[in-house]
Design a protein around this ligand. Structure first.
Ligand SMILES: *[C@@H]1O[C@H](CO)[C@@H](O)[C@H](O)[C@H]1NC(C)=O
Ligand SMILES: *[C@@H]1O[C@H](CO)[C@@H](O)[C@H](O)[C@H]1NC(C)=O
Ligand SMILES: *[C@@H]1O[C@H](CO)[C@@H](O)[C@H](O)[C@H]1NC(C)=O
Ligand SMILES: *[C@@H]1O[C@H](CO)[C@@H](O)[C@H](O)[C@H]1NC(C)=O
Ligand SMILES: *[C@@H]1O[C@H](CO)[C@@H](O)[C@H](O)[C@H]1NC(C)=O
Length: 452
């Protein structure tokens, strides 16, 4: 009989080889708190804003603001977004069976849907057909009833809303054949090292024309799993999870963190740099960046009735800031949003003495609802023009902002895009490795008692 240790090693080597096709970053979790996360989603066809929102069961306004799309356009929810447009989908990330994931999305099957068309097209590779069939206990994936309600498990991570102890939000990004890690890093204003650390990667290699995101050799995540839970069932589950998952990579997006009390229903709100969030039943709009990562909230301009947004004991409204130059520095008083508590908008007056008076509030540039996808924006960051009139001004004593919403800046193009051309995702990979892999898992499972 061969040495079990060698056999095990061989088996593992084989398994690593086989599953080198796919990788997804997994975040173990233990509490039941949910957190904010983003999905990187590429439209498979022209869809209305409201249709994209209903695909993920999210608020259309939240979808628009997360992408810094101007919501003041008439009938913006019915605007048709172009196929291949890349969007950031804000989702709530929960903790299911010890792993961070989003399970709040359901999909109602339509005629001619198949599990793989739902996984690869409709959800842009964010889920695999295997995950769909597993999550919905579908014995025969070739038979789908029309109108069947499917749970769509989606990948997400939060890592405590921070990265290198700075606020951060995590985007689950499906790696495309045209991607390189460096380009992804550049696209999201992060560094290669950070991206590698976050994803526990030992190598940046993404081969030309390769549909696979991350090569397994040197993958620290995998090694961590190996060393920590080698002989546990958890290991098997992890490996299985990795095998069946897609080539997802994780991007960290610098964000503005809120500090609402725990009792607030929007506790933990995180707004990615360069975008907006709508909260308090469409009453409050918060923005982040571009110059600093301080959350700034003000009344939203949507036609909804809202409770008072005035700070107690002052005549300041939410978002108003008064500055007064004194000999000791700049006396800044602001009326800040403090979350939705007991169904009402909580505000907090916060005085502070700062060395210098702040300039006018700057807003992330807004873009017009996109109608086309530029072909040359595959790697490039958003070609969004800067909001004019936001230059730093040395106001000695003023109340800012004096205007409501930031002005609209006409867009040169979409937020970002993905080149045309068929993009094969991991789930399209030949079924053979998966099959062989299942055997390998069985083998490993079988070997455990021997090794022990
Ligand atoms: C999570 O972040 C908070 C502050 O944002 C910190 O107090 C806490 O210790 C962190 N928890 C972990 C597990 O890192
Ligand atoms: C925020 O995003 C802008 C571009 O939108 C970028 O120039 C800036 O460096 C980012 N800020 C941080 C702190 O990441
Ligand atoms: C700062 O301004 C607030 C309100 O304008 C005022 O009540 C407070 O006394 C000022 N503090 C200082 C140190 O000037
Ligand atoms: C919320 O309302 C409940 C009763 O309606 C009250 O007991 C509680 O103190 C309120 N909480 C806050 C933070 O105002
Ligand atoms: C305070 O903020 C409100 C809402 O944004 C705005 O309408 C008002 O003009 C601001 N007040 C002053 C004095 O600027």
């Amino acid at each position: 009989m061969p040495n079990p240790k060698h056999l095990l090693q061989g088996t593992l080597f084989l398994s690593l080889l086989l599953q080198a096709v796919c990788k997804s970053t997994i975040e173990p979790c233990s509490n039941s708190d949910s957190c904010n996360a983003l999905l990187g989603y590429t439209l498979y066809t022209d869809l209305k804003v409201s249709e994209v929102a209903s695909l993920f069961q999210i608020d259309p306004i939240a979808l628009l603001t997360a992408n810094a799309i101007d919501i003041s356009y008439p009938d913006v929810e019915h605007h048709i977004l172009p196929s291949k447009l890349f969007l950031k989908i804000p989702i709530s990330c929960s903790c299911v069976d010890g792993i961070r994931k989003s399970v709040a999305t359901n999909y109602k099957t339509r005629p001619s849907d198949t599990l793989s068309s739902i996984a690869d097209s409709v959800y842009g590779g964010l889920v695999s057909s295997d995950q769909l069939s597993e999550a919905n206990s579908i014995p025969d994936p070739s038979v789908l009833d029309v109108g069947q309600n499917l749970v769509v498990p989606l990948p997400c991570t939060c890592f405590n809303g921070s990265d290198n102890s700075l606020p951060a939000i995590y985007l689950s990004y499906v790696v495309r054949p045209v991607d390189s890690l460096a380009a992804i890093a550049a696209r999201y204003f992060t560094t290669l090292t950070d991206l590698m650390n976050v994803n526990a990667m030992g190598s940046t290699a993404i081969n030309d024309g390769d549909i696979l995101a991350v090569p397994i050799p040197g993958n620290d995540l995998m090694l961590a799993f190996l060393s920590f839970s080698f002989f546990s069932l958890q290991f098997i589950i992890s490996v299985q999870f990795l095998t069946l998952s897609l080539s997802l990579s994780l991007s960290r997006v610098a964000a503005c963190a809120s500090s609402f009390p725990k009792s607030a229903s929007d506790f933990g709100l995180l707004v990615p740099n360069g975008s907006y969030a709508i909260t308090a039943g469409h009453c409050v709009q918060c923005s982040c960046g571009p110059r600093n990562l301080n959350l700034y909230c003000m009344p939203a301009s949507l036609a909804v009735s809202c409770s008072s947004m005035q700070c107690k004991g002052s005549n300041l409204m939410l978002g108003n800031v008064t500055v007064q130059q004194t000999s000791g520095g700049c006396n800044v008083t602001s009326c800040n949003y403090d979350g939705i508590v007991n169904g009402t908008i909580a505000t907090m007056l916060s005085p502070s003495l700062q060395p210098r008076c702040p300039g006018l509030q700057e807003f992330p540039p807004l873009v017009a609802p996109p109608t086309t996808v530029a072909k040359d924006t595959v790697f490039g960051p958003a070609p969004a023009p800067l909001f004019d009139g936001a230059g730093p001004t040395s106001s000695i004593s003023s109340v800012v902002p004096s205007t409501g919403l930031p002005g609209f800046s006409p867009a040169n193009g979409p937020i970002s895009g993905i080149s045309s051309g068929a993009s094969a995702t991991c789930s399209l990979v030949k079924p053979l490795p998966t099959l062989a892999y299942a055997l390998v898992i069985l083998l490993v499972k079988f070997m455990i008692p021997v090794a022990l």
